[in-house]
Design a protein. Structure first.
Length: 364
């Protein structure tokens, strides 16, 4: 057992390490009930010597500082704590009595190691993988003006989606995956910040950096987008459409796609060729990154979630025509007190009930 100081203030990092991106002031008018002005937080790259990391994910420095805020997207924002303790602590506060498991692997300075924290419930989420994890490749490149392929990355939990992205987009990537619950020790570890700190307010430089990777698939930028894409969530417990069959009949000339059945390359191609995108709110809309400027996006959203500015901000940075369609919701019946695997919030267990004429007027 050790007592550690919990670092929650971003100034701790900005006073010690180089800032990569300054904060950016956004003006995005996307709904009457949502704030229009907000600011992204600065990004940075931290470095620590003789530190230990656990897949929880938390990092403990040589001088007993606990690092997780500002380098990972914490689920319980009101408490600024990781989603699960895995028995490492009994209570969370400014100081924490921490029971780190015995170190199972040690790394010297043979390579330049970069930590990629991610909690186990986010490992299948495309938004978190691209915006909260792979974004750190860019920060490392910016910090030292060297390709991210010169580094060895440490992913805090197994993720088949990360493996899929790495294989298709970054085949030259070198990385290790921490098994659940393990603690590893590093003589020197590079720790980039998040590029998304709250409710999807990303640094504006991130999306264009991600977008340029679609060139690896030989996608022709000069081609005029002409496909109308409806992203179905009928395979999901969250935010599907109750009158889905009726909606499909109304969407003549549209293609209905299930992203979870498609390769990354297929998703990039179809969104690159889209003139219109219609989709319920969900992680699959991270594929808006691949759209061309001017693509018309209609996001089906719950009025209770309208303040989550994730995709309006993303569309703003990419110069897409983004609109919200607010739909009534129905609860999804779920037995038991525990959330289904991969579900972070019970209030995500809803179905949208679409007023077809109203929606068609919105997308036309």
């Amino acid at each position: 057992m050790q007592t550690v100081k919990n670092i929650t203030d971003i100034r701790y990092f900005l006073e010690r390490f180089d800032t990569i991106d300054p904060g950016y002031n956004y003006q995005v008018d996307y709904h009457a009930d949502a704030e229009r002005s907000f600011t992204s937080l600065p990004t940075f790259v931290a470095e620590f010597k003789n530190c230990s990391v656990n897949s929880c994910p938390v990092l403990v420095t040589e001088d007993k500082h606990l690092i997780t805020n500002h380098v990972w997207n914490l689920t319980h924002k009101s408490r600024n704590k990781p989603q699960k303790s895995h028995g490492l602590w009994a209570s969370w506060g400014d100081t924490i009595d921490l029971e780190m498991p015995t170190v199972t692997k040690q790394f010297n300075e043979e390579h330049k190691y970069v930590w990629l924290p991610i909690d186990e419930d986010s490992t299948a989420n495309p938004w978190h993988i691209l915006i909260d994890v792979i974004s750190k490749f860019r920060l490392v490149e910016k910090r030292w003006s060297t390709a991210f392929t010169e580094y060895v990355f440490i992913l805090a939990n197994p993720s088949t989606y990360f493996d899929k992205i790495a294989k298709e987009l970054f085949p030259e990537l070198k990385y290790y995956v921490m098994p659940k619950g393990e603690t590893w020790r590093f003589q020197h570890l590079i720790v980039p910040s998040l590029s998304n700190h709250h409710d999807g307010v990303i640094t504006p430089h991130l999306a264009p950096w991600l977008r340029h990777f679609k060139g690896r698939y030989g996608i022709v930028e000069s081609k005029i987008p002409n496909r109308k894409i409806y992203v179905s969530r009928q395979g999901s417990l969250t935010r599907s459409v109750s009158n889905h069959d009726e909606l499909l009949l109304a969407l003549r000339g549209w293609e209905s796609v299930r992203l979870e059945t498609m390769a990354v390359s297929e998703q990039i191609k179809i969104f690159s060729e889209a003139s219109h995108v219609l989709a319920p709110h969900g992680a699959g809309l991270i594929n808006l990154i691949w759209c061309k400027e001017g693509t018309k996006v209609t996001e089906i959203q719950d009025i209770k979630m309208v303040k989550k500015k994730v995709y309006p901000v993303l569309s703003h940075t990419l110069k897409l025509d983004h609109n919200l369609y607010i739909a009534p919701t129905l609860p999804v019946t779920h037995k038991g007190k525990t959330k289904p695997k991969g579900i972070k919030r019970f209030n995500d267990l809803i179905k949208f009930e679409i007023n077809i004429p109203n929606l068609m007027a919105c997308i036309d």
